[in-house]
Design a protein around this ligand. Structure first.
Ligand SMILES: [Zn+2]
Length: 276
């Protein structure tokens, strides 16, 4: 199946009270694991590449890899730039054949975030891509303070920019939590009521399943998973290394169980997001 944009899958997901998983990928194995899980669960999937990988040639060749894999996959696939930091990265993503981008201006003052996001929306939509933006800034778990978004600023931001999906801060954070997070589902409900577009849950990793279900019921239609997905990769590499006890194995064979372990985790997240 050829690649699609967020607009072909997220509005329907939101209307049906489910979410589509977005997995960060960095190489062949992580991309294959996410696509394999989506096919096994027969659900659409978002493959996203973090903005740091646009700093060298990784985003280009990972993008090419995912485009080829998606063409041989039976479910809809979105190829998305995660946390784009500049207009230049949006242009790079368009050149690399991505079908969706995120412009993250959440660290900027509100008016500047609106301005740069409007420019990015114009570029993305002109090129036929969908676009996600962020307000309220979703921090890493290392940050003590978790600033929250408000329904009023969310509505104003969406009206002023024309974005297709919006990441808002309701208490989740990127990375593993040091203590159980407080997820403000009441706030999520009010933000979803204020904006008609699909909302995006960043920091989906390590967030309790019940909290994820509640957020999805409120209108969060994109569930981002990176940390847990990568952690399975690292743990399985260590486990396989110990099993081999130093014996040689070609890398493709060594990586097969690693890909399978990541795919199992991805499938469990897809079932959670799709309410099964
Ligand atoms: Zn994020």
């Amino acid at each position: 199946m050829s690649l699609v944009t967020l607009n072909e899958i997220l509005p329907q997901a939101r209307a049906e009270g489910r979410a589509v998983c977005a997995f960060n990928v960095v190489n062949c194995e992580s991309a294959k694991a996410a696509l394999l899980a989506a096919e096994r669960e027969n659900q659409p999937v978002i493959i996203q590449v973090f903005q740091r990988l646009f700093g060298d040639d990784k985003a280009r060749y990972v993008g090419a890899l995912v485009r080829d894999m998606a063409a041989h996959t039976s479910v809809p696939v979105v190829l998305h730039l995660d946390h784009g930091q500049s207009i230049e990265q949006i242009i790079q993503a368009i050149r690399y054949g991505f079908t969706s981008v995120m412009l993250d201006g959440s660290k900027l003052p509100f008016a500047e975030n609106v301005e740069v996001t409007r420019q990015a929306v114009h570029l993305a939509h002109t090129a036929g891509l969908s676009i996600e933006a962020e307000i309220g800034h979703i921090p890493t778990t290392a940050t003590a303070e978790l600033p929250l978004s408000t329904p009023e600023e969310a509505a104003e931001f969406v009206a002023a920019t024309g974005v297709d999906a919006l990441a808002v801060a309701i208490g989740t954070a990127h990375g593993f939590y040091k203590q159980t997070p407080v997820i403000h589902t009441d706030l999520a409900r009010r933000i979803a009521d204020a904006v008609g577009i699909p909302l995006v849950l960043h920091g989906g990793s390590d967030t309790p399943d019940q909290k994820v279900r509640e957020a999805i019921a409120c209108g969060f239609a994109k569930l981002n998973i990176a940390t847990e997905f990568f952690q399975v990769y690292l743990e399985e590499v260590i486990r396989q290394s110990e099993l081999r006890a130093g014996a040689f194995l070609p890398i493709d064979l060594f990586m097969n169980p690693v890909t399978e372990a990541m795919s199992q985790l991805a499938a469990s997240k897809i079932r959670l997001a799709s309410g099964r």
